[in-house]
Design a protein around this ligand. Structure first.
Ligand code: APR
Length: 309
């Protein structure tokens, strides 16, 4: 049996941590690419040297050359610039659009049958760039956001109740931004609705904390944004595709009429398996939930409409 090949573009905090986790999980041979000379090579070698202790055999190669990514099964794009003081959202949009565009051109030339998972922010907009530039069908280009936002909500519910995180189910939809929609009505602990276990005055701040999850970490770290939970969320998606696990995960996908939206990337629950996005699940939304979802979608539309490719 041939090992899977996973390429991760961007050897920064998120990319390198995802590479490490994917290796520990034995998901395949890993190629870590960055524009900075030495960093992907150094990090990959360091990880390789952890193999004998942690018990993984997969190869981890660090590189600055796209030729090494040839015939990848999955490409994860984390390359990009962080938002710096004084930089507007539009500046970031323009800079990261250029980066994601060039990365996508390079990886799709060498791995035309790959699945692409986009992580670079602004997430839904960058997933759109990757799809437009690659020309890949929508089942092969997804954005990672809902998996992370849902994980944060699950973690806070488990912390509140003092129960195992394994028993908590939670779903966050919409764009990866301030207006995302945590669907508390569909959250359960071992099948018991969370709304029956946590009073509303405790639940509301939990939901808000999940929404602000990225900002909370950024405020603490000061010099960078979150990467452990984002990397875990990436690896969950990679695993569901490579092992055809068909997990239901909220992902940013290109909608073609689902939820009444056409031609935009938005976070919705999908079945993620060996063919990538195998099904988009349309759940019923209450009027207030739909209004929140629409606000979030509007934010995404404004961003995507501002992209110049
Ligand atoms: N090609 C390859 N790598 C690039 C390119 C490029 N054109 N441009 C930048 N990079 C690399 C940088 O050199 C850096 O190593 O991308 C990496 C980004 O790493 P970090 O700055 O540490 O950012 P990180 O925290 O990993 O976040 C990456 O994921 O969650 C999102 O908002 C986050 O968009 C950001 C991305």
């Amino acid at each position: 049996m041939k090992r899977n090949k996973i390429t991760i573009i961007g050897a920064g905090n998120v990319g390198a941590t995802a590479a490490h986790l994917a290796a520990v999980r034995g998901l395949g041979d890993i190629v870590l690419l960055d524009i900075i000379d030495g960093v992907p090579q150094g990090k990959a070698l360091d990880m390789q040297e952890a193999g004998p202790v942690l018990g993984f055999d997969c190869g981890i190669a660090g590189t600055n050359s796209y030729e090494d990514t040839e015939n990848s099964d999955i490409v994860v794009i984390t390359a990009g610039l962080p938002r710096k003081p004084g930089m507007t959202r539009d500046d970031l949009l323009e800079k990261n659009t250029a980066i994601v565009k060039s990365v996508t051109e390079n990886v799709t030339r060498l791995s035309p049958d790959s699945f692409i998972i986009v992580v670079t922010n602004p997430l839904d907009a960058m997933a759109y760039v990757a799809k437009e530039v690659s020309g890949f069908p929508r089942n092969r280009v997804v954005g990672m956001a809902g998996a992370l936002d849902s994980a944060r909500l699950k973690a806070f519910i488990a912390m509140e109740l003092g129960v195992s995180v394994e028993d908590v189910q939670a779903l966050v939809m919409g764009g990866h931004g301030d207006n995302m929609l945590p669907l508390i009505r569909y959250s359960t602990v071992s099948g018991i609705p969370v709304t029956k276990l946590i009073p509303k005055d405790r639940l509301d701040p939990i939901v808000q904390r999940a929404r602000d999850g990225g900002a909370e970490i950024l405020k603490l770290l000061k010099t960078g944004s979150a990467y452990y939970a984002p990397s875990a969320a990436i690896v969950q998606m990679v695993e569901s595709i490579l092992k055809d696990r068909k997990k239901i995960i909220s992902c940013s996908v290109y909608l073609e009429g689902e939820y009444g939206i056409n031609g935009y990337y938005v976070g919705v629950p999908v079945k993620l398996g060996g063919s990538g996005v195998e099904e988009i699940i349309e759940i019923e939304l209450r009027e207030d939930e739909r209004a929140q979802f629409d606000r979030s979608v509007n934010d995404v539309m404004t961003l995507i409409d501002g992209i110049k490719l």
